[in-house]
Ligand binder design. Structure first.
Ligand SMILES: Cc1cc2nc3c(=O)[nH]c(=O)nc-3n(C[C@H](O)[C@H](O)[C@H](O)COP(=O)(O)OP(=O)(O)OC[C@H]3O[C@@H](n4cnc5c(N)ncnc54)[C@H](O)[C@@H]3O)c2cc1C
Length: 421
């Protein structure tokens, strides 16, 4: 009996030993698998991180207007660009001597501050948190910043150089940029050079407007704050339109909004009203008689101009050009604002007025272009660190979606911000 018990105890001991060993083996295997997986993850993450950190691309910006140069600044600040080429068909003098003023709204100012733009070092003036400067002053400032970045990034600014098929052909194939930013303005044709469709979606902003320009060579070309006036009505009784009875009617929409902007030398005016079918609006939309509009702008200018500038008289009025009638304000935006050139592995994005443009000048036009650039940094980062074509296509579709959102938001709130408030 004792012998059997000790035999059983021996067998039990062997079984326990085997189980112990089995458990130890399973534990070792699990541990080493875990260590291997952890090691793999650490190495992969480090290699990906290293690859992303090292990833740098070459970028070409077509057009050195305010939007193209800001896009160039975003590119050099992204840390993902090795080589940047900026083109403009205009020579330096022509590029920097454009007379119009630009008005950067608070959101654009914040965006540009984030890019290192120092407004204290730029000729211009502040009013209502907007910064007003001449377009040429802004462009010159950005060109000087790009010049300073030359130590860190290979920056080439080629003024007097048009982007054409010949230009593209001359780039050696192994030197093609990975990203092309087309910012060649509302009249540029670089998209067609790249084979990008020029189809636009044209959408109503549900408002009517008219613009006027006055050139007064004896006045100063200095940045000047804009003037806004609201709820205006005009006396058109001489033309048989009784405005008085209409604007007392509660159901009619509020009257016209006026903006006077630009330098004292190049004065611009914008007149806008929400779409409505009042007698006055109908009359101004249907009657193409430049003297009526001229008269309205003339009276409005003299009523709302700054005290220190001269009134418009019959002689200066002669230098005023204006719309012949009220027209429907429409925003056109490119159906295709980003594209992939497959054979050459190039991602193209279209920005500024080349991507979307109003048929009405609000005096704040540049801000629409700046909105589009808010997704540029991420786009460059994603393109530079893309592992494959799918990553690039995803980056492009995100860029295109953002471009559409910019247009949509403008349609809903853009005129309110730039004209009605
Ligand atoms: C009369 C007027 C008054 C305005 N007033 C105001 C205002 O008061 N406030 C405001 O904010 N905005 C104003 N604007 C609007 C403002 O000027 C534009 O919003 C702004 O210039 C658009 O910038 P952009 O860079 O998209 O295009 P652009 O400024 O038009 O720049 C495009 C550049 O691309 C270049 N280019 C074109 N084709 C090629 C090519 N094939 N190769 C190389 N280069 C090329 C052009 O030479 C140009 O320099 C005004 C506009 C006008 C016309």
């Amino acid at each position: 009996m004792d012998g059997l018990q000790s035999q059983n105890a021996g067998v039990g001991g062997i079984a326990e030993d085997a189980e112990e060993k089995y458990r130890a083996l399973a534990y070792d295997t699990a541990l080493s698998t875990l260590v291997a997986v952890a090691l793999y993850v650490v190495i992969k993450v480090s290699l990906d991180g290293f690859r992303q950190w090292r990833a740098k691309i070459s970028v070409l910006v077509v057009g050195s207007g305010p939007v193209g140069l800001t896009a160039a600044l975003v590119a050099v600040r992204s840390g993902k660009v090795l080589k940047l080429t900026v083109l403009d068909e205009r020579y330096r003098t022509a590029l920097l001597s454009r007379p119009q003023q630009i008005a950067l709204d608070p959101r654009s100012v914040k965006f540009l501050l984030g890019l290192g733009v120092d407004f204290d070092n730029m000729e211009g003036c502040w009013h209502n948190d907007h910064f007003f400067t001449r377009i040429g002053v802004f462009q010159e400032y950005l060109l000087s910043i790009l010049e300073q970045k030359k130590q860190r990034v290979d920056v080439k600014v080629q003024l007097g150089t048009k982007f054409t098929e010949d230009y593209l052909r001359q780039i050696p194939h192994n030197n093609w940029p990975r990203v092309i930013v087309v910012a060649d303005g509302s009249c540029g044709d670089s998209c067609s050079v790249l084979g990008i469709s020029s189809d636009y979606t044209v959408e109503s902003c549900h408002a009517y407007g008219a613009n006027a320009t006055i050139e007064r060579l004896d006045q100063r070309q200095v940045p000047t704050p804009e003037i806004r006036a609201h709820s205006l009505y005009f006396d058109l009784s001489a033309y048989g339109v009784e405005a008085f009875r209409e604007h007392r009617n509660q159901t009619t929409k509020p009257g016209f909004h006026l903006k006077i902007y630009g330098t004292f030398r190049n004065r611009y005016m914008a007149l806008v009203c929400p779409a409505s079918d009042t007698k006055m609006v109908r009359f101004l939309r249907q009657t193409a008689h430049s003297s009526i509009m001229k008269n309205i702008f003339h009276q409005s200018f003299n009523a709302y101009k700054t005290d220190i500038e001269p009134r418009l008289n019959d002689v200066t009025l002669h230098h005023m050009q204006c719309s012949r009638r009220l027209f429907e304000i429409q925003l056109s935006h490119r159906r295709i604002s980003a594209a992939y050139i497959e054979g050459d592995n190039v991602a193209v994005t279209v920005e500024g007025e080349a991507a979307r443009v109003l048929n009405f000048d609000t005096g704040c036009g540049v801000n629409l272009g700046m909105r589009g650039l808010e997704s540029m940094g991420t786009f460059i980062y994603r393109t530079a660190t893309a592992v494959d074509q799918t990553d690039i296509l995803e980056a492009l579709s995100a860029k295109m979606l953002h471009s559409r959102q910019v247009a949509e938001t403008f349609k809903q709130t853009g005129l309110a911000e730039s004209m009605y408030e």
